[in-house]
Ligand binder design. Sequence first.
Ligand code: AMP
Ligand code: MN
Ligand code: MN
Length: 336
Amino acid sequence: MGTGRVREPQELKILRERIRKADTIGISGHINPDGDCIGSCLALCTYLRENYPDKTVDVFLEPVNKRFLFLKYASDIIHQETADQSGLKGIVYDVFFSLDCSETDRLGFALDYFNEASFRVCVDHHITNKGFGDLMFIRPGASSTAEILFTMMKYDRISHACAESLYLGIIHDTGVFRHTNTSRQTMETAGALLDKGVAQDRIIDETFYRKTYVQNQLLGRALMESILVMDGRVIFTVISRRDMAFYGVDKSDLDGVIDQLRVTEGVEVALLLTEKDDQLYKVSMRSNEYVDVSSIALSFGGGGHVRAAGCTVHGGFRDVINSITAQIEVQMKDLV
Ligand code: AMP
Ligand code: MN
Ligand code: MN
């Protein structure tokens, strides 16, 4: 633990030893990276580069939204194109971290590096994570992967830049401490990071609440076209590829849409369907009190947490909604 640690678990000793011996360390997170994923990858990169300057530390991620680019080392992130062109293909990392990833497939183009690495470490907080790699730090009770990473780092070795990335990860996965995954430990971690001088107002406003004009327009449209079903207990909205093209946005611009749907009065489950291809939808799910959306996501090959999960489903949007609401109905019936 960062502050007040009593003893170091065996896994951490093993990890430190592996890192000490390593020359090359790779880090990656899930496809379509969110704030926790990006914050975690860059925090770990910063920690390792600053405390082990003799090692090569590479971060692999899909392109990140520009609001995250102020984080330290964000401009060093290696995307697929660069990786393919720069002769990195086939490189065997001594240690490779998978962060915020519930299953290896979600590593996307970084999966090959992970699979090839001499020692593979999985750090994650998804309840649907069944475990993979040579060493695992899987804590479904943690708000975010950033919160877990904090417990793995030595507090006095966390710099201001590293603290900023960790803090960003926490605020994005907790919706700025609003979601039920926010625990005492989360708040204490955030407090310890504030002591490092993190500019919380700037990070919260500029990376979480600030929206571009077109993001707001799309949000407005998504809310206007939302539909209540199941006696107002479920709300859904569909965003087509045509809508995305019209507003000139990509999927990372949709952050916040599902959160606004979720707080609709009377609603238990909010669903956001984003068209990825013909008859193919990315589904984001959020629940408020009762419904375990992770199990629904899992049944469609996706995953996540009890109150926030996602999956990709084939079919027309009506069929997708029907099969998901059927599962919600079963869970809600169990209540009475
Ligand atoms: P999202 O709705 O995309 O914000 O995702 C909510 C949560 O579910 C996040 O923690 C994601 O990492 C997880 N998640 C989303 N889609 C998938 C998927 N296809 N497979 C596994 N986990 C997912
Ligand atoms: Mn994530
Ligand atoms: Mn996360």
